[in-house]
Design a protein around this ligand. Structure first.
Ligand code: BG6
Length: 488
């Protein structure tokens, strides 16, 4: 037996990718509300109006022209606007999670439901009520909520009028938002995550071709402001209720040197420092790591800080480390090596691994390796809060969905966690990503399905939104019932 009694099995989602109801009950507009649908080959765009009212679009992760305002335009399809309508289906969906035996459910709160612009004096009661109802529904089935406070959906006002996370005012806005949440949901929510994949701003330099040094400098400043915001949230949570456990959440950029060439080994070490440990060390230890100055010098970065920031960082160290893990990458100095795709794990193709239809490597053993690395470095409890396979599923006429590929993928990762726990790693939870089909973040598709539950909705927004149980639903139910021992 490996998984400890009380191990938290569950699934994960994010507000913008599943809730829909993008403009109801007082919710404000977020940056992701202006994201169009894309495909594997066609990027997602952010649509906008220029200062003089001309419509335009920019690739989602790129900068908009000076003075442009995000706008919803005719002739585009915005898949987040309806999502899978979790907003109106949450009772039905939670009942299905309970049927699988979930012990924990990871979800995010949309900041703009609570503070529509992010700056109001008083929170929006309808937004607070919605999440209270969701948490109470979860409690009915003894499912612990694991709440991400910020998952890629900044209120537009904070981005456009205040300049986004480069402006320190957002630290105060975020602190106010988090204090409201901790007070409001004290007793209902024990587990919190501050920023989803906080390392993502720095990762963009690896795969956006026109990501300039000045954009990297902005990313480093954004990270500083978010570290301080996160630390203040941790302190506020502990002040509200010492039982609350607050974690950092990082994109798990596990990578290997492509060869035993020492140059590849050093390049991989540097990549891990810059992409992962820079954030994780700071949030766990409450101070920047030894190699931070080397990174700053490389980009000629003059970090803007205040003396109080360093006190906040020390007083707001996280209680646990959580991360997403989908695939691994290979790092090499050889520019001619064949390139691989992945959400964050870019780099060279690994000849020992298989790749998904979206080109992401499948590497269960890498999860065991990564869990050991993280526990060895920090000795803090860990949670795998995203892991899963995006694939094309077929809904059969009888309402069944046969997805042996998803079962195989998940089994590989469950076995890896099993081994890591036997290695001595303290792993608290596993929340499978997209436990119910939802809109893909990178491509905006519905076709890229992760769920154990199929949702009848297509790339163009057609479909009944009816839910169906896939084969993996019954498989995961068995895994949970046996506490991870029966995976066949
Ligand atoms: C993670 C994000 O990076 O990857 C999720 O936190 C996202 O929001 C997930 O959905 C899977 O990526 P995608 O692009 O397949 O949806």
């Amino acid at each position: 037996m490996s998984f400890p009694k009380g191990f938290l099995w569950g699934g994960a989602t994010a507000a913008n990718q599943c809730e829909g109801a993008w403009n109801v009950d007082g919710k404000g507009m977020t940056v992701s509300d202006a994201s169009t649908a894309g495909t594997l080959t066609e990027p997602r765009y952010t649509t906008y109006l220029t200062n003089d009212g001309k419509p335009g679009k920019a690739i989602m992760l790129e900068e908009l022209p000076e003075g442009a305002h995000r706008a919803v335009l005719d002739g585009y399809y915005y898949p987040y606007h309806k999502g899978i309508d979790f907003y109106h289906h949450y009772k039905e969906d939670i009942a299905l999670f309970a049927e699988m035996g979930f012990k924990i459910f990871r979800m995010s709160i949309s900041w703009a439901r609570i503070f529509p612009k992010g700056i109001e004096e008083e929170p929006n009661q309808a937004g607070l009520d919605f999440y209270r109802n969701v948490f109470e529904e979860l409690k009915k089935y003894d499912i612990e909520p694991l709440v991400t406070i910020f998952h890629y959906d900044l209120p537009v006002h904070l981005e456009e009028e205040l300049g986004g996370w480069n402006n320190r005012e957002l630290i105060d806005c975020f602190e106010k938002y988090t204090r409201v949440l901790f007070k409001e949901y004290n007793g209902l929510v024990k587990y919190w995550l501050t920023f989803n994949e906080i390392n993502s701003p720095i990762l963009l330099r690896n795969y956006l071709p026109n990501y300039s040094d000045s954009m990297v400098r902005e990313a480093i400043q954004t990270l500083h402001n978010q570290f301080v915001a996160s630390a203040r949230a941790v302190r506020a949570a502990h002040g509200t209720n010492p039982e609350m456990m607050v974690g950092c959440m990082l994109g798990g950029t596990c990578s290997y040197p492509l060869t035993s060439n020492p140059d590849d080994v050093l390049a991989n070490q540097k990549r891990l420092q810059d992409d992962f440990y820079y954030c994780c060390d700071t949030m766990v230890r409450g101070e920047y790591p030894f190699f931070a100055q080397r990174l700053w010098d490389e980009y000629d970065m003059k970090l803007v800080t205040k003396p109080q920031d360093f006190i906040d960082l020390k007083e707001g160290k996280v209680d646990m480390i959580t991360f997403s893990y989908y695939s691994t990458g290979c790092i090499t100095v050889d520019e001619n090596a064949e390139k691989a795709k992945g959400n964050f794990t870019t780099g060279a193709k690994n000849p020992y691994l298989k790749y998904s239809e979206w080109g992401w490597s499948i590497d269960g053993k890498g999860l065991r390796y990564f869990l050991n690395e993280l526990y060895g470095r920090y000795q803090l409890p860990l949670m795998v809060v995203e892991n899963g396979l995006g694939a094309v599923d077929t809904l059969e006429e009888d309402g069944s969905v046969h997805d042996p590929y998803r079962i195989a993928y998940t089994k590989e990762h469950v076995l890896a966690m099993h081994d890591a726990i036997l290695d001595g790693v303290n792993l608290l939870a596993y929340t499978y990503w997209g436990c119910i089909d939802l809109v893909s973040a990178s491509t905006g598709e519905m076709k890229k399905r992760y769920g154990f539950i199929y949702v009848d909705r297509d790339n163009d927004g057609s479909g009944t939104l009816k839910r169906y149980k896939k084969d993996s639903f019954y498989w995961y139910k068995k895994v949970i019932a046996s506490n991870g021992e029966d995976v066949d």
